[in-house]
Write a protein that binds this ligand. Structure first.
Ligand code: ZN
Length: 58
């Protein structure tokens, strides 16, 4: 599964900064749970989602 353009949820802002993440893998269940209308392009300098990180090279 190819990586996709990084995106994050606008709701990440409601979390503590250290818990904010972005997603870059189409198979990520967490990322797929984010509605399209809630997605923002880019990383916003957040950490890579641990689920996405585990899917790299999958
Ligand atoms: Zn993810």
């Amino acid at each position: 599964m190819p990586t996709i353009h990084p995106f994050f949820s606008v709701n990440e802002e409601k979390k503590p900064r250290e818990e904010r993440v972005y997603h870059n893998n189409a198979k990520c269940k967490v990322g797929r749970g984010i509605p399209v209308w809630d997605r923002q392009q880019g990383t916003n300098n957040y950490e890579l989602c641990p689920v996405c990180a585990g899917l790299v090279g999958d």
